[in-house]
Design a binder for this molecule. Structure first.
Ligand code: BGC
Length: 387
């Protein structure tokens, strides 16, 4: 196990439940607990049936996730006036998700982010992976976890309602060794937390790095630029990259650079500065090294605030890294929900993960999962509003 699960959010949720139990009737508890419903979303060309699960809590927050790619398809939260809006990008039809090359909302892996020259050496053997990003491999290859049909099962645990998606990635898929058993759970709590739990086991040593690839725009319903969103990242250093977005191996301080988000800063404040790293990323497309301060388990990683709507998003994770991508490759050519064009920098991707290209950097935290071990990773997204 890479990290022990401290599960702060779950602890908070459980203590809330105890309070409700001692003060309220069981009926009140049941009616205020989040609920999960399931429905068919569409059918794949091979006949596979894709299901969508809706999680809703008593505050009206609703998260939808589907079994194709274990993807989040929508998240509706209120702004400061109480008006609900969908704060993630996506599409209206399964066909559009099948064609998608931007990774709107899925679970990415087996290895989220890039591996240099699509190869790595493990225990003396070199493995060649699918090349799908220049000379590198990105987000699991040509047919990553985002293009797999997972099996979804709804659950209620305490006062959390959710869905667990399972998928077995066969030995050799996209070049990765080992049969990988994966589970991804999305759970919604009464405290407006979306708790994401990852679990994986393997029958051969293999690198694993899974993440959620939602594109966020806190204005709601994809409205406008994200350059006005305020971002805080709890990180004093980051991993600079080469021109193909592969880490050089250096861990560099953010101090005095446009990468210092230790205090809330507008995403657009420094994105246009003359800076080699910003040039390589065409904006922000980098991994920050979270300030864990020696702590294992869940730590706060980042906060996003939209001053206009008042919506806030807090992210906590058991992972050591945090990729912030400022939607630089969006250019309006992809049309999403309601047919709207998704324009340059109208969404951000916030990926909790291990560092990119870890299998080729012995100094980075290891991503190698071995038979007999279980990978457990948790990320919690908390939705709020500020006045
Ligand atoms: C990467 C970007 C990439 C995007 C869509 C992000 O996670 O950091 O470089 O363009 O995914 O593939």
């Amino acid at each position: 196990m890479r990290y022990s699960l401290v599960g702060l959010a779950l602890v908070a949720a459980c203590s809330g439940r105890e309070a409700a139990r001692s003060g309220d009737s069981a009926v009140t508890l049941a009616s205020s607990a989040p609920v999960v419903t399931r429905a068919t979303f569409g059918t794949l060309p091979d006949g596979g049936v894709v299901e969508q699960f809706s999680l809703k809590n008593a505050h009206g927050i609703e998260v939808r996730a589907m079994s194709y790619g274990a993807s989040i398809t929508s998240i509706k939260t209120p702004d400061r006036a109480g008006a609900f809006g969908d704060i993630v990008f996506g599409y209206d039809s399964l066909g559009a998700y099948i064609r998608d090359a931007s990774y709107f909302g899925p679970t990415v892996g087996r290895f989220a982010n890039r591996i240099a020259r699509a190869r790595f050496t493990l225990d003396g053997r070199t493995y060649a992976l699918a090349v799908n990003d220049g000379v590198n491999t990105l987000h699991g290859g040509r047919r990553g976890l985002n293009k797999a049909l997972w099996r979804g099962e709804p659950f209620t645990r305490g006062d959390t309602a959710g869905v667990t998606f399972r998928y077995t990635s066969p030995d050799g898929e996209e070049g990765y060794p080992g049969t990988l058993q994966l589970a991804v759970s999305y759970g919604l709590t009464p405290n407006n937390e979306l708790v994401i739990d990852y679990e994986a086991t393997t029958d051969k040593p293999t690198p694993v790095n899974v993440s959620q690839h939602g594109y966020w725009n806190l204005h709601g319903d994809g409205r406008g630029t994200i350059l006005d969103h305020l971002l805080t990242i709890d990180a004093s250093s980051y991993t600079p990259v080469d021109s193909t977005l592969i880490p050089t191996g250096k861990i560099a301080p953010v101090d005095g650079t446009p990468f210092d988000f230790r205090t809330p800063t507008a995403i657009g404040a420094r994105i246009g500065q003359t800076d080699t790293q910003l040039r390589f990323g065409k904006g922000y497309d980098h991994n920050w090294v979270l300030d864990r301060g020696g702590r294992t388990g869940l730590v706060h990683a980042a906060r996003v605030t939209d001053p206009t709507s008042g919506r806030t998003l807090d992210i906590a994770t058991t992972e050591p890294g945090f990729q912030f991508y400022s939607g630089n490759f969006l250019d309006g050519s992809v049309h999403g929900k309601g047919g709207q064009p998704y324009a340059h920098r109208t969404a951000i991707v916030l990926e909790t993960q291990h560092f990119p290209d870890s299998p080729n950097h012995a100094s980075f935290p290891s991503t190698i999962l071995r038979p007999g071990d279980t990978l457990r990773s948790r990320t919690v997204f908390t939705f709020g509003v500020t006045r």
